[in-house]
Design a protein around this ligand. Sequence first.
Ligand code: HEM
Length: 457
Amino acid sequence: MTVESANPEFRRNSGEAHEPPLAPGAVPLLGHGPALVRDPLAFMSRLRDHGDVVRVRIGPKTVYAVTTPALTGAVALSPDYIISGPLWESLEALLGKEGVATSNGPRHRRQRRTIQPAFRLDAIPGYGPVMEEEVHALTERWSAGRPVDSTSEAFRIAVRTSARCLLSGRCTDAWAERLCGALTTVFRGTYRRMVLPLGPLYRLPFPANRAFNRALADMHRLVDEVVAERRASGRKPDDLLTVLLTAKDDTGEPIGEQEIHDQVVAILTAGGESVGATIMWLLHTLVSHPEHADRIHAEVETVTGGKPVTFDDVRMLTHTNNVVVETMRLRPSVWVLTRRAVTDTELGGWRIPAGADIIYSPYAIQRDPRSYADHLTFDPDRWLPERAKDVPKYAMSPFSVGNRKCPADHFSMALLSLFTAAVAARFRLERVAGSDDSPQIGITLRPRNLLVRPVPR
Ligand code: HEM
């Protein structure tokens, strides 16, 4: 099957296509930059009113925004759009050029083949015991009923679980704490450097720049420590780190040190940031929709008979899973994706020139009233099979589709559902004074400063 036959929206440039319309509201010199910086979520969501593909000006640059589910699917599935452009260049400069999240072509295919077995559906139950330990350790810590800083709790469990499952063994509390701290500073600073590309200013010895550089160096040092320690131990447990340390490149030679390092960084950063942000939104859901927290509690009681919820219980927790999916619909941690066209193409009949930067927003797509009735209402039952069948293709793809689709979708869903079930089964959550759940926009989307008090049931 060709890409064209799989995707009716996909066509090579026929020479007849026109340039997509320019979004209204561009100001001289800065274009849509100010509107985009002021409120990126609203800006991206409004673009659908102006067409399926819309040109956006950011300073002197033109970016092509794609606004329909079908066309975002076409972009994600087409070999004519690759991972490249300003977002990825900033990430590469900081996190490394040789990891799976930023590579393209044959290297990317080889790297996906290498890591994929660790994330296959039949590999996930092997991670069940670690997921259970992490989730129940968290609910134990919370049982005193003291207010919880959801940012540090969410990122701690996200990073620890990925590290323990995929790099098994090496995850002391001190190591995990340092990694979480470093990642938080690195991601905040990376996003700032992307939206405000002030080049040399970031090299000046301001306290914020020094903190960023320290965190970045610490993150790379922590990854080096894991790799060095595993080598020194001579152990070869059945985990992703062993797979990476024994992987061969296309010529049959062992992959280089830099690639091993960048692969571990890519997996830990991609995993920690997106799962951490989603866990924060799940806490936001439990505190904002107590009626659904109560339904989850009742569902867990029915399935477990009052025992602590286990990994094996998760597949029977229909409502819990639907709450997770609905949370990811309205508040996708990965809220924006970009690509670059490698050749002249058409998208939905519009001309896309080679070298064009493409942008689309799962946040905007998943809130489109043309795809969802009562599109802004939190309604987990819309994911019951009889209703879910009406959702248009690619209108709900928080893990993306195609060759860049998140390898860890099953892994993440298992952890997120287990977490939600374990928390709702033991606690009612209350908002604490000073909590700020407005969205904080960075590389991922998360509540700015959500503070909750877990009240034991
Ligand atoms: C890629 C979302 C969890 C590792 C992606 C992409 C999305 C995504 C949308 C595609 C990016 C693109 O198309 O440009 C999520 C969400 C998660 C999650 C919503 C959880 C809520 C994880 C975890 C890991 C992980 C737990 C690893 C432990 C990766 C990697 C890639 C990726 C390595 C790059 C894949 C490639 O380019 O081939 N993720 N992710 N993700 N994700 Fe995830």
